[in-house]
Design a binder for this molecule. Structure first.
Ligand code: CP3
Length: 345
């Protein structure tokens, strides 16, 4: 037996997971939990909560106290990075994020440290709280958005269905777009290093919109910047595992794993777990990929889907997770049900 936390053991030593893999859920801290909604209301805005180390730490621990996941993830958001670089970011209730006009020449590091230092303080508080509350087997994940996905929000000015603006910039003005990606890559490295210094034990890179690019775009804007982030972090912190989540990458999951150097890859629900066991698991640890709607809908469908995933991926290094974040209408009791299926205590 390794004395490593199970989540880290599977990532670092490629331990075979068997039928009871380590587990956590993307967006495990959030609006489906009444105790989150209570603190969120007290904090005021979403960003007020993110930049309040005491409350953000408390919110991070909420799902761990209820369910005892194998990993806690820093409570923050991928859009604190553009905010720290000087672009205006707002969260309007029920509407998602809204960003101010993008002016590349005005982005920079002047306020970077000042804006992000509460996030680093949250990380170190969480490490302390996990130990203090007796969660000795729970690892702490730090994260950032991948440069491509963060650029999507910065150029579109918020969420999008088609991503025409950002794709047009990327395809029609590659030099300007490259400058933006390079800035984001460099800023992400600085941001993640500081999270590791503050106590993050693993890193996840969220590339939620990786799936909207063609192959050439995917290689340039998803694989290349991610590879650079992984290489930089590995130089300084070779012992800190990195999980990549290129959501919607389809067959490009394979070159993503081969070329970026990630220790783990998070699969969206569309990826065949049989294929992943055969093709991806020999190369890296696999995480995922229950459809969040299966968790919300429950019943026999959820039971069968969980059993299939566990059975397909049990012979290699594997971490149970959803294929995307917990949906806010999910009943918390569904997660108890899921825990029973995972046979964890
Ligand atoms: O528990 C966790 O997973 C940690 C915290 C976390 C949040 N966002 C909290 C959050 C993490 C890791 C993220 C990542 C994130 N943020 C991503 C990548 C993952 C993904 O979902 O694809 C993206 C694209 C964002 C950007 C973002 N943040 C959007 C588009 C929205 C609005 C949509 C929504 O769900 O409201 C957010 C807000 C957000 N981030 C909330 C939470 C808990 C809800 C805010 C609230 O309380 O009102």
């Amino acid at each position: 037996m390794s004395d490593e936390k199970p989540f880290l053991n599977v990532l670092k030593n490629r331990a075979i997971s068997g039928r009871t893999p380590p587990w956590w859920l993307m967006r495990q801290a959030g609006r489906y939990l009444p105790e989150y909604r209570e603190i969120r209301a007290r904090a005021g805005g979403f960003l007020d909560l993110v930049y309040h180390p005491e409350l953000a730490c408390d919110v991070t621990l909420q799902p761990i106290r209820r369910y005892g996941m194998s990993a806690a993830i820093l409570f923050s958001d991928i859009l604190v990075l553009p905010q720290a670089l000087g672009q205006e970011v707002r969260f309007e209730t029920g509407e998602g994020p809204k960003l101010g006009d993008l002016d590349l020449s005005r982005l920079g590091y002047k306020k970077f440290k000042e804006v992000l230092s509460p996030v680093y303080e949250t990380v170190s508080r969480i490490r302390g709280a996990l130990a203090e509350e007796g969660f000795h087997q729970t690892a702490l994940i730090g994260f950032c958005g991948a440069p491509w996905t963060v650029a999507c929000y910065m150029v579109e000015g918020g969420g999008s269905k088609e991503f025409h603006k950002v794709k047009t910039l990327a395809y029609a003005d590659p030099e300007k777009f490259q400058a933006l990606l390079e800035l984001l890559t460099e800023a992400s490295i600085t941001y993640l290093q500081a999270q590791i210094e503050a106590g993050a034990e693993a890193i996840q890179i969220f590339d939620s919109w990786a799936g909207v690019l063609d192959e050439d775009g995917f290689r340039r804007f998803v694989i290349a910047p991610t590879k650079k982030i992984v290489q930089s972090l590995k130089q300084k912190y070779p012992e800190v595992p990195i999980i990549g989540f290129p959501r919607g990458a389809g067959t490009l999951y394979l070159p993503y794993v081969q070329e970026t150097g990630v220790d783990g890859v998070s699969l969206d629900p569309s990826v065949s777990t049989g294929w992943a066991a055969e093709v991806l698991q020999p190369l890296c640890t696999v995480q995922g990929n229950l459809d969040p709607v299966r968790l919300m809908a429950g019943g026999d469908g959820m039971i069968r889907a969980v059993e299939k995933i566990l059975s397909d991926l049990k012979n290699g290094p594997y971490i149970f997770n959803l294929g995307h974040g917990v949906i806010k209408e999910t009943a918390p009791a569904q997660v108890d049900m899921l825990k029973t299926l995972l046979r964890v205590s």
